[in-house]
Design a protein around this ligand. Structure first.
Ligand SMILES: [Zn+2]
Length: 317
């Protein structure tokens, strides 16, 4: 995530006298007596405000807690699910100027409203008002009691265990990467025949190869990333050469595509084809494939990291 963006979230958290969890980019803490989590939407200054509340041990009524939405321009939406209440807070422009002030206003409106309506903090799962804390489970913030947090962890470690038990099938994965890369080859040829090297075909190649591996290989390990990378390198070369061969076959009527594919290097050394153009073309497709593959790998690795994390948020920062 963008460093400046994280810094500005940290600043906003300070303004609100709340804490900031760098790993998940969530602002959290106790505001005006209520446990709150502010979850930013896609690196913008629109936030989901999450609360977990009850009144006389009853779940909140959605018609009632929605009333506060009309009281401020910043508060855009309200959803209720069990004890969980979420509001969408629109806190400003793309630079986050005055976002802190706007959030402060929105939070005050909401929490004051909840106070007059007599709502209490409670566990989002069992509704108890005892031993509450804000936890991060797999990147999702939970307002819950200690025993419900333990339940979440147990469930999570069971599914993690199942994931680990899932064997990676290298051959299946490579077949998947190969099938995925064929979609990339088709894209290279189609865009190539239309007359341009497209960033899109490179990105399709990168993404489809990795997803293909994951789909047929069960999971994408580091070994899988390397294997898919090799498949991509070969298939980009193949796709580009095929694209050029089709052009050659179209131009010289007495040569078919297969022959053109075979004699392409000779045509270059003999000057029928400008070798420089060919290699520039090839280099561009490699570049665009990397542009497609690298972000896919990064987001995959990041997910893997966040998935494993479960902790009490107040103790982490
Ligand atoms: Zn609980």
């Amino acid at each position: 995530m963008n460093k400046n963006y994280l810094k500005s979230l940290d600043r906003i958290a300070n303004q609100l006298e709340l804490s900031f969890d760098k790993q998940t980019a969530i602002i959290f803490g106790v505001f005006n007596g209520y446990m709150v989590c502010l979850i930013p939407f896609n690196e913008t200054y629109t936030f989901t405000l999450k609360l977990s509340i009850s009144r006389k041990n009853e779940m909140p009524d959605s018609e009632l807690v929605k009333q506060v939405v009309s009281e401020s321009k910043i508060i855009a939406n309200c959803k209720v699910q069990g004890y969980q209440v979420t509001y969408t807070l629109k806190a400003g422009n793309m630079f986050g100027k005055k976002s802190g002030v706007k959030l402060q206003e929105g939070l005050e409106k909401i929490t004051n409203f909840l106070k007059t309506e007599d709502f209490q903090n409670c566990c989002q799962d069992c509704g108890t008002e005892e031993a509450l804390d804000i936890y991060n489970v797999s990147g999702i913030p939970l307002i819950c009691c200690e025993s419900c947090f333990k339940d979440h962890c147990d469930k999570l470690s069971a599914s993690e265990y199942a994931q680990k038990q899932k064997q990676e099938n290298l051959i299946g994965g490579l077949v998947g990467a190969l099938l995925g890369s064929l979609i990339g080859v088709i894209a290279i040829v189609i865009f190539g025949q239309l007359g341009y090297v497209s960033a899109v075909s490179g990105i399709i190649m990168g993404v489809c190869s990795l997803k293909g591996y994951e789909l047929l290989g069960g999971k994408l390990s580091n070994k899988g990333i390397i294997g898919s990378g090799i498949v991509m390198i070969i298939m980009v070369y193949f796709g580009t050469r095929l694209d050029w061969s089709i052009s050659v076959a179209n131009y010289f009527i007495d040569i078919d595509i297969l022959t053109a594919f075979r004699v392409l290097p000779t045509l270059m050394t003999e000057g029928y084809i400008e070798a420089r153009d060919y290699y520039v073309d090839l280099a561009l497709v490699y570049l665009f494939t990397a542009l497609g593959a690298i972000p896919t790998v990064i987001s995959l690795l990041r997910n893997r990291k966040v998935k494993n994390a479960s902790y009490k948020m107040s103790e982490a920062s």
